[in-house]
Design a binder for this molecule. Structure first.
Ligand SMILES: *Cc1c(COP(=O)(O)O)cnc(C)c1O
Length: 388
């Protein structure tokens, strides 16, 4: 299916809603029946019936079909957050006594689930350096049920060889799950590499305007139907129709936004690489990146999220830099129209800051839709305030 077709036409039955170009927001909690027999069918098989919007909803359906097609997946569920998608995907594939192999430092709330919630149900997690496929093999136990991947992750951009890990999972009858938030389906297609379940935070690039929190989960028809009939409806955190509509709108401009952001990021990176206060940049498509070859092999693009290490003798210099920015906002998240920054030291108590640590001097920058020159000027004036 053509990307343009998926984003502009696919799954939109305009004859059902007055040929309106924009789909309706079907803001309803329930659907009425005229025949008891039809209601009975609905109870028996909610996955093929308009019954109740915690399950299926027509606006959400349009979005689900488009997102499944984008991933090259058979089916898709959309959640009220990326965190809910992570939770459902993992919960659906473990039982008490199971074991998970996860990349080290996965997304914060994935880690909290592994460390705090799952041990209550006797499910344990081993964290590995996922840059070596061999480490997955080494950590695998007879009770390993899930390989949990995040490639790239969102501060240091460590990658896994997705195809190799997917093969290893299949050979051992282990479910592979990947967080694909960084790349989006436009720049990386893990289903095609053999991964079982792909999730992403749609809050980031799919929404694209910092006004929706949502998450996507794609996989085989069988797996997704099973999750719908269990975790999805039980957690009850499916996306609401209005938010689904906003994501459909976000999808229309996804390729355009990613193109623009990619070009801006290239310019901003060039600027940062050459700035005397920058010790190094970390970005998968930077030639100095340790896994540059793998990044080029399995990712068709690299967007707006990058990290740089600042020269600083203390945290105050980094704080001054961040607080001097006039346009780039200090805030969590990314993927929206606005550029953002987070210093690593914001997660470290001042007395624990170690100037010799590269990690402590990291700043994560997200380049949004502003002009590159506008962003560079903002960075420049903030660097100027920090002296050299
Ligand atoms: C933001 C994020 C999530 C969580 O998504 P929410 O929509 O915020 O719940 C998961 N993984 C990664 C890599 C993220 O950046």
């Amino acid at each position: 299916m053509d990307l343009s077709y998926i984003l502009n036409e696919y799954a939109e039955e305009r004859s059902e809603y007055f040929q309106a170009v924009a789909p309706p927001i079907m803001q309803t909690s329930n659907f009425a029946f005229r025949k008891v027999e039809d209601l009975r069918k609905g109870f028996e098989d909610e996955y093929s019936t308009w019954l109740y919007s915690r399950g299926l909803n027509p606006t959400v359906e349009i979005l689900r079909k488009k997102l499944a097609a984008l991933d090259g997946a058979e089916d898709c569920l959309v959640f009220n957050s990326g965190a809910a998608a992570i939770f459902a995907a993992v919960l659906a594939n473990i039982k008490s006594g199971d074991h998970i192999v996860s990349v080290r430092n996965p997304y914060t709330w994935a880690k909290k689930m592994f460390d705090e919630i799952l041990p209550r149900f006797n499910v344990t997690t081993t964290y590995i350096n996922g840059t070596e496929t061999e480490n997955f093999k080494q950590a695998t136990q007879p009770n390993t049920a899930i390989y949990y991947l995040e490639s790239p992750n969102s501060w240091t951009y460590e990658l896994q060889d997705i195809q190799a890990v997917a093969q290893l999972a299949k050979a051992n009858n282990i479910t592979s799950i990947i967080d694909n938030s960084y790349c989006t389906p436009l720049y990386q297609q893990p289903i095609k590499a053999g991964i079982d379940l792909v999730l992403q935070s749609a809050t980031k690039y799919i929404g694209g305007h910092s006004d929706v929190v949502a998450g996507v989960l794609t996989g085989s028809g069988q797996m997704i139907e099973r999750i719908f009939n269990s975790e999805y409806n039980n957690i009850g955190s499916g996306i609401q129709p209005f938010n689904a509509w906003l994501l459909i709108r976000g999808l229309r401009t996804l390729p355009t936004r990613l193109d623009r952001i990619t070009r801006t990021t290239t310019k901003v990176l060039d600027y940062l690489r050459n700035h005397p206060l920058v010790e190094k940049v970390i970005f998968p498509f930077d030639e100095t990146f340790p896994q540059y070859q793998l990044a080029k092999k399995q990712m068709s693009g690299c967007c707006g999220l990058l990290t740089f290490v600042m020269h600083a003798n203390n945290a105050a210099v980094i704080e001054k830099f961040c607080e001097s920015l006039k346009h780039i906002l200090m805030a969590v998240s990314w993927g929206g129209h606005e550029s953002l920054i987070i210093p690593r030291c914001a997660g470290i108590k001042p007395e624990n800051f170690i100037a010799a640590s590269q990690e402590h001097r990291m700043l994560r920058l997200y380049c949004g839709l502003e002009d590159a020159e506008y962003l560079i000027a903002d960075l420049q004036q903030a660097f100027d305030k920090c002296g050299s």
